[in-house]
Ligand binder design. Structure first.
Ligand code: FAD
Length: 496
């Protein structure tokens, strides 16, 4: 099966849209004419992890569920290719056992032994390459860790206590006065405060790392959100690596997401339709117990007792709500988040680059790279990340992406880029960006608004999760939260 999403490029075939994926759903719908307008207990819009969790939990709870998804596949911003049996992660990738919502699901599906490490520091160029426009320096990975640790600890030490006083409860719904203040500061503000404390190499590392995390620019991203990530990662550099970039599914994210969908389907309570972007969600007046009507762009409409809207913040504006959303929700949606990460995979000949990690900054389009696997052909698989800083569209400028990877290898290395694989999240009309990373003040002003229900419509998305906001873990948490709210709200109300 293939999705229309994503791109692959090889020298011989050029750029091709669409990538094989086990999360592409066939047949695209199991609705028949009778159930088209049928009365559902809950209509879930969006089949990312938040929507999938909601669909599964509601189906298991015995509710009649309809899932409407704009794409031809499940997984939203987390999905993997299946190219020659190999998973390139197009979006969300890494998970960790201390992310409790993720791990509960991994245990539920018996996938504990399906994780592998991205890193393998035993092959080829086993180095950390740190480049700016003038020169490339080479370090051991132990030196890399020491440099990154010192630099990042300076960044987060806003309180003289390595951020532990600043963000004491990273899963809290409340933000203290200090947290609100940090949220109104940008990453650039904080780095500017440290201008006399960071060595040139530390500054390169810190800026590249926070751009990797935010996918933004230093001037547009909230300092608080980085402090929040740091707190979630146990306030340590080792934590950052373990939680953020070490462990991934051997079979790819889609091998995980499909379990949620199959479990929901097996209950017999799930109807679904893919390639059905939703245009409007209307609350119907005068129906005892409440009702909603969900209209697709194609003009089909469905009635349910409740709706769960599980679409990302940056595309919430694409859905017309009646009555209109609260002013706070609308303001949040129009500000949006600022992550325009560019994530590109390359299969490069040989194993030379399997063990490399690299920062190329501030001149380069792909700022942060690391060896991510070995392909079935025995070649190195490198994944590289860019941001809004030096942003480019890889589908419009493949040559630039190829050059970026070529630039990774020392000149004497005979290396050839055999394949590129990527998803352009910035141009994706159902995401308009990568994982959530807030501009200054968005959380301070609107976190509660983003999380609030709107009459009989509930909202579930990693973008406004507490705790692991902007991660798969947060999406799963949000999907579960929405179903608890829906079942509570339906208690004692009559069926349609
Ligand atoms: P989404 O996955 O965005 O799901 C929303 C769904 O709604 C989508 O399927 C979309 O098609 C659908 N939709 C949108 N509009 C409509 C509409 N009008 N009608 C119908 N359907 C609609 N997280 C990690 O934990 N680890 C990582 O390593 C990691 N890396 C990442 C790398 C990248 C490049 C990206 C993009 C994300 C990464 N993330 C990572 C974040 C993670 O992928 C997301 O936080 C998570 O997948 C979001 O899930 P969600 O269900 O909240 O939203």
């Amino acid at each position: 099966m293939a999705s229309k999403d994503g791109f692959s490029w090889t020298e011989s075939q050029g750029l091709k849209a669409g990538v094989p994926c086990i999360g592409a759903i066939q047949p695209p719908t199991n609705l028949n004419d009778d159930s088209q307008h049928g009365d559902f207990d809950v209509i879930v819009v969006g089949a990312g992890y938040a929507g999938l969790t909601a669909v599964r939990d509601a189906s298991i709870a015995g509710l009649k569920v309809l899932l409407l998804e704009a794409r031809d596949r499940i997984g939203g911003r987390s999905w993997s290719s299946n190219i020659e049996g190999y998973p390139y992660e197009m979006g969300g990738t890494w998970v960790y056992w201390n992310q409790t919502n993720v791990w509960r699901e991994i245990a539920r599906y018996g996938m504990q032994d399906e994780l592998e490490e991205s890193y393998d520091f035993s092959k080829g160029i086993d180095q950390f390459l740190l480049s700016n426009a003038q020169r490339t320096q080479s370090f051991s990975h132990a030196d890399e860790d020491a440099l990154m640790k010192t630099a990042l600890e300076k960044l987060v030490n806003v309180d003289g206590n390595l951020g532990k006083t600043a963000v004491p409860f990273p899963h809290s719904a409340k933000m203290s006065a200090a947290e609100l203040r940090y949220d109104r500061m940008t990453l650039a503000d904080r780095i500017n405060e440290l201008r006399d404390e960071l060595t040139p190499n530390e500054r390169l590392c810190v800026e590249a790392f926070v751009l990797l995390c935010s996918g933004a620019t230093l001037e547009t991203a909230s300092l608080y959100e980085f402090l929040h990530w740091w707190a979630l990662c146990d306030y340590t550099y080792d934590g950052l690596i373990n939680y953020l970039v070490r462990y991934k599914f051997h079979g790819g994210q889609s091998s995980f997401a499909i379990r949620f969908f199959r479990e929901a389907l097996a209950t017999g309570n799930l109807r679904y339709a893919f390639e059905q972007p939703v245009a409007a969600i209307k609350q119907l007046e005068g129906v005892r117990g409440g009702a909603v009507e969900v209209q697709t762009r194609a003009g089909r409409s469905f009635r349910g007792r409740r709706a769960i809207c599980a679409v990302p913040l940056n595309v919430l504006d694409n859905v017309a709500f009646s009555p209109p959303l609260s002013p706070g929700k609308r303001a949040a949606a129009s500000r949006g988040h600022v992550n325009q990460c560019v994530k590109v995979h390359a299969e490069v000949s040989g194993t030379h680059l399997r063990s490399v990690t690299a920062i190329s900054y501030p001149h380069h389009a792909l700022i942060y790279s690391l060896g991510d696997g070995t392909t079935p052909a025995g070649n190195a698989h490198i994944v590289a990340f860019g941001a809004q800083h030096n942003h480019f569209e890889p589908d419009e400028d493949v040559a630039r992406a190829v050059d970026a990877f070529r630039g990774l290898a020392p000149a004497e290395t005979d290396m050839c880029v055999r394949r590129l694989v990527f998803h352009n999240w910035s141009k994706d009309e159902y995401a308009k960006g990568a994982w959530f990373f807030p501009p200054p003040g968005l959380l301070a002003d609107h976190l509660a608004d983003m999380r609030a229900p709107h009459g009989h419509v509930f909202f579930a998305c990693s973008d406004w999760a507490l705790g692991w906001r902007s991660f798969i873990d947060g999406a799963i948490q949000e999907g579960a939260r929405a179903v608890v709210a829906v079942t509570g709200s339906l208690a004692g109300t009559p069926s349609l």
